[in-house]
Design a binder for this molecule. Structure first.
Ligand SMILES: Cc1cc2nc3c(=O)[nH]c(=O)nc-3n(C[C@H](O)[C@H](O)[C@H](O)COP(=O)(O)O)c2cc1C
Length: 222
């Protein structure tokens, strides 16, 4: 029963790229945070801190971020992957193409794909954005612990009918985010999570990504 319930949530969750404007009640956001915080972390350090925007604050941030993305230079606190090769490149392309196909962007239409990419900076219309950071001194393991937090946040939200999308694209503008939200320089900004009620009719939400088989990822010994 518990396993089935967990798998149902895992199946239902997907990255949402079009939201309704209605706000999520603060009590529900608190519930999501309280659930997400139960994930394990090395030494129980609980490295995550979260800025959560609502209402006008989301809209003001959205506008400032769009300007930053149009005029600024990407400088993420945590370096982005240097390359994707082999199966990683294949999977990256497949999810990109699935999105483009869903929203009607032809292969090779760079202007249209750039416009779709820019949707990241309007937070896909979400009424809320969470900015996740971890202490720099905890390094990669702090970031790893926060990855668990991001996943649990998304699943807890899903359990309440609230859709999410983790966004590294937002974290690309690290210095801007530190300034804008007064996040101290001894913390690494890892990603954003835009969230709210999904616009289920929007074509950007009409596709689902695939996963490799267990046999592709496991190396059984014994
Ligand atoms: C750490 C992280 C960062 C991500 N950043 C972005 C992003 O900037 N923009 C975006 O559209 N999707 C982003 N995603 C969503 C992934 O593309 C998505 O999780 C993946 O394609 C699997 O699809 P699903 O979440 O719908 O299952 C990110 C996901 C993670 C976990």
């Amino acid at each position: 029963m518990t396993f089935a319930a967990l798998n149902l949530l895992l199946d239902q969750r997907h990255s949402c790229r079009a939201f309704q404007r209605d706000p999520v009640p603060k009590a529900q956001i608190e519930q999501i945070l309280s659930s997400a915080m139960r994930v394990p972390s090395w030494c129980n350090a609980q490295p995550w801190k979260v800025v959560v925007t609502s209402g006008d604050d989301t809209d003001t941030f959205r506008e400032a971020l769009q300007i930053e993305a149009a005029t600024g230079t990407p400088a993420p606190d945590l370096p982005f992957p240097s390359s994707y090769s082999g199966v990683y490149q294949d999977r990256r392309r497949a999810c990109g193409w699935a999105l483009y196909e869903a929203v009607g962007i032809e292969k090779g239409d760079r202007a249209a794909s750039a416009r779709q990419m820019m949707e990241n900076f309007s937070l896909f219309g979400a009424p809320h954005c969470a900015i996740i950071s971890s202490p720099t001194e905890l390094g990669a393991y702090g970031a790893m612990d926060c990855g668990g937090f991001v996943t649990a946040f998304s699943l807890a939200a899903q359990a309440l009918g609230i859709a999410t999308i983790p966004q590294a694209a937002v974290a690309a503008y690290g210095p801007f985010l530190h300034r804008y939200f007064k996040i101290p320089d001894d913390r690494l900004i890892l990603c954003a999570i835009s969230f709210g009620y999904p616009d289920a009719e929007h074509p950007a939400n009409a596709f689902r990504t695939e996963r490799a088989s267990v046999e592709e990822i496991v190396d059984w010994r014994g």
